[in-house]
Design a protein around this ligand. Structure first.
Ligand SMILES: Nc1ncnc2c1ncn2[C@@H]1O[C@H](COP(=O)(O)OP(=O)(O)O)[C@@H](O)[C@H]1O
Ligand SMILES: [Mg+2]
Length: 246
């Protein structure tokens, strides 16, 4: 799946005829598509369409029943799971935290590798997500939803991922925090050339944040391409979906 096309450069990750079934239930059906390197790709589609399942496949939490997935040309099935998860980070809607301090949470990816996170590095991570160093010793239970999400994003940066998967990370945030998190992700994307995949149920967000879009329905990739396809969808099902959301 290295080909991609001229306009969108090469693929950071690609799926090649990927299907996934659980208990004989077809959840992902013959999906081929890619994440253009260095771009933000948004994933839209109705709830239950299979978007989160695609992320779990990309992150190696589950394996395809058929087909294969590539990361910069390498089949992820042949990679060390830990190496894959260091390269492909994931952040979720609820920004799950360990009890304790911000530092403890930021250090978690290192702790899992029996390593320590330097205080200076932790402070640097905080500034990357627009929080000051005084947050380091705060208890995560005292943080707002927006602050927790920023910490969750900072935590994904500890391993210097090449790809970041964001699953509805602004769904429970207010407008201001949402906008801050959007800017933060754009910063991460540009500053570190991290390829972003972002599931959102907000079509406006997809339009203003994304370069490229996947529209998923019923386990299939119905349409993909420049985000402009959301303005003028070709597929009648996509037209219906966008009318319903708009
Ligand atoms: N482990 C599982 N076992 C059975 N069904 C599942 C499992 N995981 C997901 N599904 C089903 O797969 C479909 C896709 O789910 P999901 O990927 O979470 O969709 P989305 O993120 O687009 O809302 C849904 O119908 C869901 O109920
Ligand atoms: Mg989901």
């Amino acid at each position: 799946m290295q080909q991609a096309n001229k306009q969108n450069g090469r693929a950071a990750m690609g799926l090649n005829h990927v299907s996934y079934a659980d208990d004989d239930l077809d959840i992902i059906k013959d999906v081929s598509g890619f994440l253009p390197e260095g771009k933000i790709t948004t994933f839209v589609g109705p709830s239950g369409a299979g978007k989160t399942t695609i992320f779990r496949l990309l992150n190696g939490l589950i394996s395809p029943t058929q087909g294969d997935i590539h990361l910069f040309g390498e089949n992820i099935q042949t990679m060390e799971p830990t190496a894959l998860r260091r390269t492909v980070g994931i952040a979720l809607q609820d920004a799950t935290m360990l009890r304790g301090t911000v530092y403890k949470n930021l250090a978690m990816p290192k702790t899992l590798q029996n390593q320590a996170l330097e205080q200076d590095e932790a402070k640097h991570l905080l500034t990357q997500v627009g929080l000051d160093a005084s947050f380091l010793n705060r208890d995560v239970t005292d943080l707002s939803g927006g602050q927790r999400q920023k910490i969750s994003i900072a935590r994904t940066l500890v391993n210097r991922p090449k790809v970041l998967l964001l699953d509805e990370i602004t769904s429970s945030l207010d407008r201001i925090s949402t906008s801050e998190v959007e800017h933060l992700i754009q910063h991460v994307n540009k500053e570190f050339s991290v390829t972003i995949a972002w599931i959102t149920h907000n079509l406006d967000q997809a339009l203003h944040i994304g370069d490229y879009t996947w529209v998923m329905m019923n386990g299939e990739l119905i349409e993909s391409g420049s985000t402009d396809i959301l303005k003028n969808p070709v597929n009648p099902q996509v037209q219906e979906f966008i009318k319903g959301e708009g």
